[in-house]
Design a protein around this ligand. Structure first.
Ligand SMILES: [Zn+2]
Length: 316
């Protein structure tokens, strides 16, 4: 009797992490590669094939498929499309390349969508049919699940809450426009906030002495009672709470799951975000939407999410 497994691949600009994931969400045979080692995407496919094919046979696994999460990943085309931080330019049909090499179901989507499916399959949104997944890392990624389905939109790019605009005259965003939500509400965003405030030299804060300011420094300073750091969390939470209240009006989710760097700040972020979200919510939604931390381990979530694409697809 063979054991079902899915290969999950988390593709980033720096690292590519793979593992076999059981239908219970257990990881095995993790491997990490440096993205820059693969000049061509076909080199990655060949490396993964070499690493896993014998392993799968020796361990009597049945490979249900290969799921991938990648920046600018398009579920419909199975391609990475013009991802700014990847060594491969243009349109990279990665799902097709894997399907041909392994002769199995291969699916690809963007990282936040994969995280949403992972959370629904094995994490905080287990059993839910309507929720929003928000990843607060370098940027702000989002995945929207409605009626048990991830919303891809007509072109595969639905759910970019991070690039809805908070301030039309605000901070420049990597997308070329101004004031996008992710320029405020992300690990990078909170650092920008503190840097702006530090330009006022009368402000007293421990953070002035940090050579390399990070979201983690700000979190630690806030825990130690630093007034500027606490204000930065409150400011970030206010913007996030307002925009989440708006997002709730679109799909009426049961819950919003927060994941990633900034979400690790726990109550420092969750409590004010919940407060501002409720304060800005239309009355019909008030006190109905849970704000939850992810239940997936940070170092495993991306791979589990990627593999979950396969399990979710097979359930349909
Ligand atoms: Zn933007």
């Amino acid at each position: 009797m063979k054991t079902t497994t899915a290969l999950g691949i988390d593709i980033g600009g720096t690292n590519i992490c793979c593992a076999l994931v059981s239908d219970e969400g257990e990881l095995s045979f993790e491997q990490n590669f440096s993205t820059k080692n693969f000049i061509e995407p076909s080199h990655l496919v060949a490396q993964v094939y070499e690493t896993y094919v014998a392993l799968i046979q020796q361990n009597n696994f049945e490979l249900a498929g290969i799921g991938m999460g990648a920046p600018n990943g398009n579920f419909f085309s199975g391609s990475i499309e013009h991802a700014p931080n990847m060594p491969w330019k243009g349109i990279v049909p990665l799902a097709k390349l894997f399907a041909e090499k392994f002769n199995c179901l291969s699916l690809l989507t963007n990282d936040a969508n994969a995280a949403a499916i992972g959370e629904m399959q094995f994490g905080a949104a287990k059993g839910m049919k309507d929720f929003l997944m928000i990843t607060l890392g370098t940027g702000l990624g989002s995945g929207v699940v409605s009626n048990g389905q991830l919303i891809y939109g007509h072109d595969g790019f639905a759910g970019e809450l991070g690039h809805t605009i908070y301030d039309y005259n605000g901070r420049p965003c990597g997308c070329g426009r101004k004031g996008c939500l992710e320029t405020y509400c992300s690990a990078t965003g909170i650092v920008r906030t503190v840097q702006e405030w530090l330009s006022d030299e009368t402000v007293i804060t421990y953070l002035r002495n940090e050579e390399n300011l990070t979201a983690k420094n700000i979190y630690e300073a806030a825990k130690a009672g630093d007034a500027l750091a606490l204000k930065a969390f409150d400011f970030t939470a206010e913007i996030l709470g307002r925009k989440l209240a708006d997002a709730v009006a679109v799909t009426s989710p049961q819950a919003i799951v927060l994941f990633g760097g900034l979400a690790n700040a726990g109550a420092l972020l969750f409590e004010p975000t919940k407060k501002y979200m409720e304060a800005n919510m239309l009355f019909v939604y008030k006190n109905k939407v849970q704000l939850l931390p992810s239940l997936l381990k940070e170092n495993e979530a991306a791979i589990i999410g990627a593999a979950s694409l396969i399990y979710h697809q097979l359930k349909k």
